[in-house]
Design a protein around this ligand. Structure first.
Ligand code: SAH
Length: 348
């Protein structure tokens, strides 16, 4: 087995590791501060640690940062990071600047097992879960690529994979990201976890008291259509899903986000829009309409602008905050649902 990576450890676990190595817990906190607060990823640069302790750390663990294979810039300013993992697997993360925000879209799995019909990642199947180190590492790499005084401001778990299907690692990564003392210190309000609608995971997440935002990939207003688009609907239908959402504890002034991909002639009628408004009645909701992002071989099309705007109007008229997400990074295959393994994937 490979040695554990430091980046996969909570500050409290780094303290325990330091004690195991015969040092004080304080040494563990120092390591956490270097890694997470200062983004220093080289043991030799951790100058206030005794050399002997560093040697013992090196024998027992590795830092565990994925390698950046390529960074592809988009015309709209976003950047796709293609990361190579220790076992040669690849994942992508996407950095998207937007006015005063710098949002990073994180992956949680290599591939995805949920096979949503409109999603390119879904055609890959699932290879494996990412480790905590590989999730946190995506952020550290993005921050390291930015100019010194800048860092990622918002995090969305909307890259490859289903975060709630890699539940434990996603939650631990979030604890490291939000630990204000020795972790990365991100406010949970700036973190959004997006799910296909795994009710069991939503219910567990509700009990964690993480305070992160929840986004639901809804995409349909009837079970018949949703089943066709998202096989997960056979396990948890709209009723079960919206029930779990209604029970999700929401801090004051916070909302649940609903993503709704617009697929021409499939889910974009005015009746759909009206049904959507009525499904969301009583939920503090914000809807994000995502015009379908095309990929080769897809059986769907993006609807015309007039359809998109008409759909949005119905929701706005019903008093539901609704935005259209004009995707970033489309020209580099980095938009929602376009992330996947290049076909010429290297072997071994
Ligand atoms: N598994 C999680 C997060 C990953 S996908 C989830 O399903 O929520 C992030 C969002 O992009 C989801 O709402 C997903 O349904 C949407 N998406 C996937 N493929 C898309 C495509 N081709 N065009 C537009 N949105 C897409």
């Amino acid at each position: 087995m490979r040695p554990p990576s430091l980046l996969g450890l909570l500050p409290s676990e780094l303290e325990a590791l330091a004690r195991e190595l015969g040092a004080s817990a304080y040494r563990g906190r120092q390591v956490a501060t270097w890694l997470y607060r200062k983004g220093v990823l080289d043991l030799d640069a951790m100058t206030d640690l005794p050399r002997e302790f560093r040697e013992r750390l090196r024998e027992r663990a590795r830092i565990g940062l994925p390698a950046v294979e390529r960074v592809i810039p988009s015309r709209d300013g976003s950047q796709k990071f293609i990361l190579r993992l220790a076992d040669q697997g690849r994942v992508h993360s996407v950095l998207m600047p937007d006015e005063d925000r710098l949002t990073l879209c994180l992956s949680t799995q290599v591939g995805c097992g949920f096979a949503c019909a409109f999603c390119h990642t879904g055609t890959m199947g699932i290879e494996r879960n990412l480790g905590v180190d590989e999730i946190v590492g995506q952020l550290l790499l993005a921050n390291a690529a930015l100019p010194p005084h800048q860092r990622v401001t918002h995090l969305v778990f909307m890259g490859m994979g289903e975060p709630l299907a890699n539940y434990a690692n996603t939650v631990t990564a979030i604890r490291i990201l939000t630990d204000a003392r020795y972790g990365l210190g991100y406010s949970p309000r700036r973190i959004t976890v997006s799910t296909v609608g795994l009710v069991s995971g939503i219910e567990k997440l509700a009990r964690e008291e993480l305070g992160v935002n929840l986004a639901i990939s809804l995409h349909a207003t009837t079970d018949a259509v949703r089943e066709r688009l998202m096989p997960v609907n056979r396990s948890w239908n709209l009723d079960a899903l919206l029930g779990a959402v209604r029970r999700f504890p929401l801090p004051t002034r916070r909302r649940i986000f609903f993503e709704y991909v617009l697929l021409d002639q499939v889910n974009t009628s005015l009746d759909d829009a009206r049904r959507l408004a009525s499904l969301l009645r009583g939920i503090r909701a914000k809807v994000n309409l995502i015009p379908f992002n095309d990929w080769e071989g897809a059986e769907f099309r993006r609807p015309p602008l007039s359809t998109i705007l008409a759909f949005q109007s119905v929701l706005l008229d019903a008093g539901i905050t609704t935005t259209v997400r004009w995707s970033k990074g489309e020209d580099i295959g980095a938009a929602c649902g376009q992330l996947s393994e290049p076909l010429e994937r290297a072997v071994g």
